[in-house]
Design a protein around this ligand. Structure first.
Ligand SMILES: Cc1cc2nc3c(=O)[nH]c(=O)nc-3n(C[C@H](O)[C@H](O)[C@H](O)COP(=O)(O)OP(=O)(O)OC[C@H]3O[C@@H](n4cnc5c(N)ncnc54)[C@H](O)[C@@H]3O)c2cc1C
Length: 471
């Protein structure tokens, strides 16, 4: 493949200044990309034109949004980095049909704010919603805390405008009939193919989504427990039909995560004897917070190992925002900590596996044993346990500890899949988790995905190295 990003034909549009390119060599993973050129189109037509040119000249193109990927998916190993940062703006919100059209580079939180101003609601809520673009969330099929109730991004994507490597610009729309028995189910809906495609098929330029009515109000709570098993047992109770509560998220924070939160110096009291906490949210009518929180209180007061009297309730926006920032401090602090060990070959290793909820508590017990045996000392566990999806963050100090941790992570992924789970529930495979993809996909599934890619991207220029190794 010949790469000539600096040719006169492209000099006006492709940036090759190393100082500018430097920013596009990093994302939230510990990997580094090596883009040889940067394209920042202003319009969908310009995206299509850049792809046509790249295909004609055999130049690889890796799309990126705001590079918050934890898997190196938005990093170009060669060729061009195509940033959607200039494709911004909410183009339409149709309150009657409850739909919206947004350009792919728009910051997710900004889009959600516009939707909420119109009295509507767009549920996907990755913790990084202020740091990622709508197109990136489609390409990774992002979810977040509230996916416990609302599911991942693909549930809300109604249509996509996509630029393909042949230079065409197409709209794909979801089938709008309730029954359709034609052909293979995975291929009936091209929109679904692009959700989670990690830049390997084309560039999403506009996204049309379905919206919900904005919930009237919600309250949040932080319930403390003596340890993780007690917290998980309570999550099991809260999930059950008989619980009397209807949470929209159920998120674990272990002792290490709680220590990070306590160090932020907020006014939120974290009891010294707490070895775990569960963050929850529930929606209600205006004025309905007392009844809803009482139901949670009842469930907590009977639960073994719950420190019910210490439960923190946040019913107003300021307190809710304070809790959100505290939770966000956990991954952000651990990222920084991992970065601090780069010089000695250390880093943060983050898992994204999920298992069916009924397997979660025994599986986490086994995982904790493997980590102890491997002498991995700095471990934090937090995240979406309501969905059987905790993130384990391992901070390893040097290359030797990193190698020991890698063996355990491999085992986690293999055994999670054996239990009917996945190696990545929301961050995608990218470049970091390619090695585990073999546990999730059989050979025929990889071959089928490659065949689909060959239809959209026959010369293989799109996002090389994402999902599977180049070969
Ligand atoms: C602190 C932190 C917390 C996070 N929390 C969550 C969470 O709770 N839930 C969650 O799901 N994720 C989370 N993430 C991961 C990340 O934010 C998401 O994966 C997000 O969807 C990536 O969006 P982005 O715009 O940053 O995409 P990028 O990182 O720039 O790119 C990600 C992938 O999408 C592709 N891509 C980007 N834009 C396009 C496009 N327009 N067309 C085609 N392909 C495209 C890229 O090629 C790449 O494969 C978190 C990350 C961080 C750093």
């Amino acid at each position: 493949m010949v790469v000539d990003p600096g040719s006169p034909v492209q000099s006006a549009r492709v940036v090759t200044d190393p100082d500018v390119l430097a920013a596009y060599t990093e994302d939230a993973s510990h990997l580094r990309g090596s883009p040889e050129g940067l394209v920042r189109p202003d319009t969908a037509e310009e995206v299509a034109e850049a792809l046509r040119e790249a295909q004609g000249r055999g130049i690889a193109v890796t799309p990126c949004g705001l590079r918050s990927s934890t898997t190196g998916a938005g990093l170009a190993p060669r060729g061009w980095s195509l940033s959607t940062e200039r494709l911004v703006g909410v183009e339409a919100i149709d309150a009657e049909r409850r739909t919206a059209i947004v350009r792919a580079g728009t910051v997710l939180r900004e889009f959600k704010d516009a939707v909420e101003e119109a009295g509507l609601f767009y549920p996907p809520d990755p913790t990084s919603e202020r740091e990622c673009a709508v197109g990136g969330t489609v390409a990774c099929d992002a979810s977040g805390a509230r996916s416990y109730k609302y599911g991942a991004t693909h549930r809300y994507v109604r249509g996509l405008e996509v630029a393909l490597p042949d230079g065409s610009l197409r709209w794909y729309r979801r089938p709008i009939i309730g029954k359709d028995a034609a052909g293979y189910v995975g291929l009936r809906d091209p929109v679904r193919l692009f959700c989670g495609s990690e830049g390997t098929l084309g560039v999403v330029t506009r996204v049309e989504v379905d919206l919900l009515l904005r919930p009237e109000a919600f309250s949040a709570g932080l319930a403390f427990f003596v340890d993780v098993p007690e917290a998980l047992a309570w999550v099991g109770l809260a999930r059950s039909r008989e619980s009397g509560v209807d949470p929209r998220c159920l998120e674990l924070l272990d002792a290490a995560a709680l220590r990070i939160m306590a160090a932020q110096g907020s006014g939120i009291g974290i009891p010294a004897e707490a070895g775990a906490a569960v963050f929850f949210e529930a929606e209600h009518r205006v004025g309905g917070e007392m009844a809803v929180m009482e139901a949670f209180w009842t469930l907590l007061s009977d639960a073994p190992g719950a420190l019910a009297d210490d439960t923190v309730i946040a019913s107003d926006h300021t307190q809710q925002e304070q809790l959100r920032l505290l939770r966000h401090a956990v991954p952000a602090t651990l990222n920084e900590e991992g970065r601090g060990h780069h010089a000695s070959g250390g880093k943060k290793i983050s898992t994204d596996w999920a298992v069916p909820f009924h397997h979660l508590a025994p599986f986490m017990k086994r995982v904790d044993g493997w980590l102890e045996d491997a002498r991995i000392e700095r471990v934090a566990r937090y995240g979406h346990v309501g969905d059987g999806h905790p993130h384990y963050n391992l901070i390893v100090k040097d290359a030797e500890e990193a190698a020991r941790a890698a063996v355990v992570v491999d085992r986690m992924c293999s055994e999670a899949c054996a239990l009917g789970g996945t190696v990545t529930a929301e961050h995608g495979v990218g470049k970091v988790k390619r090695t585990y993809a073999k546990y999730r996909f059989s050979d025929w599934q990889i071959a089928s995905m490659k065949a689909v890619k060959a239809v959209f991207d026959p010369t293989g220029i799109m996002a090389p190295g994402n999902i599977w190794d180049e070969s």
